[in-house]
Design a protein around this ligand. Structure first.
Ligand code: NAP
Length: 263
């Protein structure tokens, strides 16, 4: 049976959609925001500091898209509510949420402070909960929605990342639960679990372990089946698919985007 929704109809639908992408001032979030805008969505570019979103918003508008900068801390309930309200006022009701904001506070367990544990869990997990909860009423009203949560290969465990791996594994359980709860409202929820992606985050890790970023990337690439490290655009491509109209039967999945199998 052929799909009754024509490509043209799908394109038109995307033009009506509004997305919010957290941590979109740079790195993976910026690439996702730009890609979704290129796909025709209007995009709320959310990050801690609205001014830091200027490059992403500028790139989108220069390319003919529509975007707004939203300054918010995803771990703060009032801040998230205000940003989502601003997005609704300025671009329309969001029905796509990409929970991408993240931080690292790596340390071996015996040296990990409670503050570092809480900071990581708060940004990744509490942040994804708060932003998704704020957007779900619009998705349920419109009987359509897409949730994309940024997990990581570290969800499978990674030395020095007890806090981060717990948060990234937690996001996978959160994703599957959303898929169960929101499916009947036409909402899908999926997670992307990237491997090594070239961003400021991996550059900071190289600096912390005292290796040049170039050598760090070379060492990582040699362990990856496709023999290269990933780019933010690799992740944006996967996010674009999961957000697309045609991906409505894909839900509750974790897609590892890591250049090879992960276990
Ligand atoms: P990044 O370059 O460090 O960017 C993360 C962005 O999130 C930054 O703009 C940061 O703002 C923002 N952010 C941090 N805390 C926030 C908060 N409380 N509220 C709102 N925004 C906040 O990181 P990335 O490499 O693009 O990573 C993006 C996501 O992918 C993260 O969830 C990360 O864990 C995940 N991931 C990355 C990799 C990788 O290899 N890079 C692999 C697997 C998963 P500031 O600049 O102000 O801190």
């Amino acid at each position: 049976m052929t799909d009754p929704t024509s490509d043209r109809r799908r394109d038109a639908l995307m033009g009506e959609r509004v997305a919010v992408v957290s941590g979109a001032a740079r790195g993976i979030g910026a690439a996702i925001a730009k890609r979704l805008a290129a796909d025709g969505l209007r995009v709320g570019v959310l990050d801690l500091d609205a001014a830091a979103c200027a490059d992403t918003v500028g790139a989108i508008t220069e390319a003919g898209g529509r975007a707004v900068a939203l300054g918010a801390d995803v771990s703060n309930e009032e801040s998230v509510a205000a940003a989502v309200q601003q997005l609704d006022d300025e671009l329309g009701a969001p029905t796509v949420v990409v929970n991408n904001a993240g931080i690292l506070r790596d340390n071996l367990l015996f040296k990990m402070s409670v503050a570092d544990w809480d900071a990581v869990l708060n940004v990744h997990l509490r942040g994804a909960f708060l932003l998704t909860r704020a957007v779900q009423k619009y998705m349920v009203e419109q009987k359509w929605g897409r949730v994309v949560n940024m997990s990581s290969t570290s969800a499978l465990g990674n030395r020095g990342q007890a806090n981060y791996s717990a948060a990234k594994a937690g996001l996978q359980g959160f994703t599957k639960t959303l898929a169960f709860e929101l499916g009947k409202f036409g909402v899908t929820a999926n997670a992307i679990a990237p491997g090594f992606i070239v961003t400021d985050m991996t550059a900071a890790t190289a600096e912390r372990v005292g290796v040049s970023f170039e050598d760090f990337q070379k060492a990582a690439a040699s362990q990856i089946p496709v023999q290269r490290v990933g780019t933010p655009e690799d992740i944006a491509h996967t996010a674009s698919f999961l957000v697309s109209e045609g991906a409505g039967f894909v839900s509750g999945q974790v897609i590892y985007v890591a250049g090879g199998p992960t276990d």
